[in-house]
Write a protein that binds this ligand. Structure first.
Ligand code: ADP
Ligand code: LRH
Length: 480
């Protein structure tokens, strides 16, 4: 039977990769063509993405990928580049962990109260939502000069093809989209004086997004025409599309730099209770809603590793497995951990301040992080089921953290539910599958998941008991 190759460009906050997916009626194979680090850079004006370095990595990756039927681009959400009237990039895109949005939300809420904003956009409060970033940039020379704002995957797609668009799943993280109409939240934008004409027209996953420019073909050695297809360009949208679930009674946790934990729904939950619990309604494929909470995720560990100059993650995780369970836990949902730097100290301080044993060694701190993540996963999975009235029997863990057996087991224990872990490269698989679908290959979302279930080999973790200990730890954390 015939098999078609697609290139998925998937940029995470910790690394970028170009993956080749081979798709056929009973085939779905993913290989890594190229992986490159994503290192944000601190310049005098703040924390910035090295977008040209990332684009160079994309071109290297496409060269390594070889001839493909189509290309799709996804990346982390919310951030954007500004273009001048000639279409040239104005400065380096600002990193969502940059401090410029401090205190901005309160100003926004003076015009559009937080409750109204939630009812209109369904987005949880996060300081980095594009809306707050645009307000923070309001009086800058750069925004004054801008003719266009392109979200990061849309910017890279523009550089590859010369064509501009705003892909819907990622647009839904701007806090400028209405999850009921799946169109711009015109009223909110108008009240806040945000010109929606900055963004090119919306496009949907599966829509054509142009063909590789001649210069790109030349640099990558590919033979044209090579179409670029819009995918779920928010990495989390692509990752959830590649959760190998059957039916509806499942929760997912996308674990990478972040843990995004929640449910796939057919309609947003816009209640006041949901807002208070800081659940978000992001848009997915085919009219789905990603109802989830952002948890700090393996960022906590990445930052510790950076501080320790540690490279042997396997050895560290084995040592953490020997540390007694649940000695100290921190609130892994706390935005206090958002900014980079001094992470081992910040975690130790949080334990000290809450009167718990202070983890000292890298193994102890790692164990504290993983126990804390498992507890935050439990809380999100429980809260989501209650708030959406949508019970589940299983938790799917996808993303890089699916390779962390200790985290998966602790998550199963904490949730008291089986965890099905994998694929680790879910975002790239979702990206590939949407391209294959646009090419008429794999059917609807259920068809995509059927192919995943037939071809991928997830690992199953059963809860080992200890429910009372996890319940008590969750209660202690909730009291603080
Ligand atoms: P992002 O897309 O946000 O950059 P990934 O989904 O690539 O993140 O996940 C990266 C994380 O996955 C790493 O920080 C690490 O904690 C975890 N990870 C990756 N590979 C392994 C492994 N072999 N064992 C344990 N953890 C791993
Ligand atoms: C994960 C992610 C997440 C967003 C964050 C900014 O990579 O896209 O879904 O909340 O980055």
């Amino acid at each position: 039977t015939s098999v078609t190759s697609y290139a998925a460009v998937d940029l995470g906050a910790s690394s970028g990769r170009v993956m080749v997916g081979r798709v056929g009626p009973d085939t779905l194979e993913l290989t890594e063509a190229h992986r490159f680090p994503n290192r944000p850079v601190r310049v005098p004006e703040g924390l910035r993405w090295d977008i040209l370095g990332l684009y160079a990595g994309v071109l290297d990756g496409l060269r390594a990928a070889g001839q493909v039927a189509s290309v799709g681009v996804d990346s982390w959400a919310v951030d954007y580049g500004l273009l001048d009237a000639d279409g040239a990039l104005l400065g380096n895109p600002v990193h969502y962990r940059d401090a410029r949005t401090e205190g901005v939300a309160q100003k926004v809420w003076a015009t559009v109260p937080a409750a109204e904003l939630y009812a209109a956009t369904g987005l949880q409060y996060a300081p980095f939502n594009t809306l707050y970033q645009l307000i923070a940039a309001r009086s800058t020379a750069q925004l004054g000069q801008a003719a266009r704002a392109l979200l990061v995957p849309d910017l890279l797609t523009y550089w590859l093809t010369g064509e501009q668009g705003t892909e819907l799943t990622n647009a839904s993280t701007t806090q400028l989209v209405d999850p009921r109409t799946r169109d711009w939240a015109y009223g909110v934008a108008e009240r806040l004086g945000i010109d929606l004409k900055l963004f090119p027209p919306l496009r949907l996953p599966g829509d054509p997004a142009g063909v590789l420019r001649p210069e790109v073909l030349e640099e990558t050695g590919l033979t044209g025409p090579v179409p670029v297809t819009a995918v779920g360009s928010h990495d989390t949208a692509s990752a959830v599309a590649a959760v190998p679930a059957s039916g509806e009674r499942f929760a997912y946790i996308c674990t990478g730099t972040w843990s995004l934990a929640g449910l796939e729904l057919t309609a947003p939950v816009l209640t006041e209770e949901s807002r208070a619990a800081n659940f978000t309604n992001e848009l997915g494929l085919d009219g789905t809603v990603r109802y989830l909470r952002n948890i700090m995720g393996l960022w906590l560990l990445q930052e510790c590793l950076r501080a320790w100059g540690e490279t042997d993650l396997g050895a560290l995780l084995r040592a953490a497995g020997e540390v007694p369970e649940l000695r100290s836990v921190v609130d892994a949902g706390d935005a206090a951990f958002l900014a980079p730097g001094r992470m081992p100290e910040r975690i130790a301080e949080a334990c000290r301040a809450s009167g718990q044993p202070v983890p000292a060694t890298p193994a102890e701190i790692t164990r504290c992080i993983l126990d804390s993540l498992a507890l935050a996963h439990r809380r999100a999975v429980e809260d989501a089921q209650r708030l959406a009235g949508h019970p589940v029997d299983v938790v799917h863990v996808v993303g890089g953290g699916a390779r962390n057996a200790l985290l998966c087991q602790l998550t199963a224990d904490a949730c008291g539910l089986p965890v099905v872990a994998g694929p680790a490269e879910a975002a790239a698989l979702g990206n590939v599958l949407v391209q294959a679908r646009a090419g008429g290959l794999v059917g609807d979302l259920a068809g995509m998941r059927g192919l995943l279930a037939r071809t991928q080999r997830p690992v199953r973790y059963e809860p080992r008991g200890g429910a009372a200990r996890w319940r008590a730890a969750a209660a202690r954390l909730a009291e603080r």
